[in-house]
Design a protein around this ligand. Structure first.
Ligand code: NAD
Ligand code: ZN
Ligand code: ZN
Length: 394
């Protein structure tokens, strides 16, 4: 089959690789019809490169048609239309029972000290072949795949794999009170969808980014916007306090993560992960106290005293310096983590209707064949050609 594979920083290619096969009774093989490129893939494209292996298949936002199932899968049959959560969980352990599928005790990557396995996401998460490919071996297919109806286009459902539950969890964890205000840092796919969800719930939403067409998108769904290029980097907190009775918003969602603009060291981290030998770069990414935290530092500054910060952007270091003095003094509530996809699906499905209140049918800025995947990565990273969300169609 054809698959999008990793060969080095900013070097992804579409190669011919062996077709996946059923290896466990709980496996299924799915023919992929749509597969998103995620902001998380951009970390692999560059700063998390040290954790990748040459030839690893990327991708974790797939949907498609079941081709074959193992003997232990009784809830699916060939021909079913399914979306796969980006994480792999068992559905029956202590963690899964609590809706913490990202911490699944059956699929935790214990030798790396990490949570549940993810598709196409580095050695840290099990080096499981990913879904930007013609076919995917689905693990624990007796639990993970979300069956969706025939009829509506793939766009209606594909974001159940990641964008929708991730944005939903970001809003849930933000704990915005009725009549409250949330600031969303970042208007990439995750910040955009989180802004739409929070606005749909009736909250006041202020979304911050530096890419004008991304800010245009969220404005159409009811958010106010701030373009950080119009302000000095230390001004943002004051600008937002001025808009919020001097107190700051009840909640802040950090949907940027470790590759924030305005973080000089992030640039250095990019350059160094390309230059250093693998092992050294790996260590640096895990423990280096480099300042990748521009967005999180703004969140701490912006949030009202006693307010909540919900971190949904991915952070990578183990020794990043945090402004503990201010966080403690402001009595900040902090929640974070990968999204527990299955936990939120039943809450989201009622919104995926023809009325399309969240605008999923028109969410993709680009749809392209798998063969054009490398171009997709490039324009998404460089934010060229108004690329906001790219869906590959193998
Ligand atoms: N927790 C999860 O389960 C989960 C799932 C998917 C994605 N993510 C993470 O969410 C983050 C966003 O992903 P995405 O798909 O939206 O990708 P993205 O990279 O397109 O979005 C990031 C956005 O932040 C903006 N930005 C950069 N610096 C900023 C700053 N200082 N202030 C405000 N905005 C700034 C960028 O212009 C961009 O629009 C990434 O870190 C990604 O890894 C987490
Ligand atoms: Zn993703
Ligand atoms: Zn489990």
């Amino acid at each position: 089959m054809r698959a999008l594979t990793w060969h080095g920083p900013r070097d992804v290619r579409v190669d011919t690789v062996p077709d996946p096969t059923i290896q466990e009774p709980t496996d299924a093989i799915v023919r992929i019809t749509s597969s998103g490129i995620c902001g998380s893939d951009l970390h692999l494209y560059e700063v998390l490169g040290p954790f990748m292996g040459e030839g690893d298949i990327l991708g974790h936002e797939p949907m498609g048609i079941v081709e074959a199932v193992g003997s232990g899968v009784t809830n699916l049959q060939p021909g079913d239309r399914v979306v796969m959560p980006f994480q792999i969980s068992c559905g029956s352990c202590l963690m899964c029972d609590q809706g913490l599928q990202t911490q699944c005790e059956t699929t935790q990557v214990r030798d790396q000290g990490m949570g549940a396995m993810l598709y196409g996401y580095t050695k840290l998460y099990g080096e499981v072949p990913g879904a930007q490919a013609e076919y995917l071996r689905v693990l624990h297919a007796d639990y993970n795949p979300i069956k969706v109806p025939e009829g509506p286009p793939d766009d209606r459902f594909v974001y159940l794999s990641d964008v929708l539950p991730t944005a939903w969890q970001a809003v849930e964890y933000a704990d915005i009170p009725d009549g409250g205000t949330v600031v969303v840092l970042g208007a990439g796919p995750i910040g955009d969808m989180a802004s739409r969800i929070a606005a749909h719930r009736g909250h006041r939403v202020i979304t911050v980014d530096l890419v004008p067409e991304r800010l245009d998108r969220v404005r159409r769904f009811g958010a106010e916007t701030i373009d950080i290029r119009e302000h000095n980097s230390d001004e943002l907190g004051d600008v937002i306090r001025d808009l919020t009775d001097g107190r700051g918003p009840n909640s802040v969602i950090d949907a940027v993560g470790m590759e924030a603009h305005g973080s000089p060291m992030a640039k250095a981290a990019h350059a160094m992960t390309r230059m250093l030998p693998g092992k050294v770069a790996e260590k640096m990414m895990q423990t280096g106290g480099v300042d990748r935290l521009a967005s999180l530092h703004s969140a701490v500054d912006i949030v009202r005293r006693g307010g909540t910060i919900s971190i949904i952007g991915v952070y990578g270091g183990a020794a990043d310096p945090m402004p503990m003095l201010t966080m403690f003094d402001k009595q900040v509530q902090l929640r974070m983590g990968q999204a527990n996809v299955r936990r939120w699906v039943d809450d989201i499905l009622p919104l995926l209707t023809d009325e399309d209140p969240l605008g999923v049918d028109t969410f993709a800025s680009h749809r392209m064949p798998l063969e054009e995947g490398p171009h997709g990565y490039e324009i998404f990273q460089k934010k060229q050609d108004e690329a906001c969300k790219i869906v590959l169609q193998p």
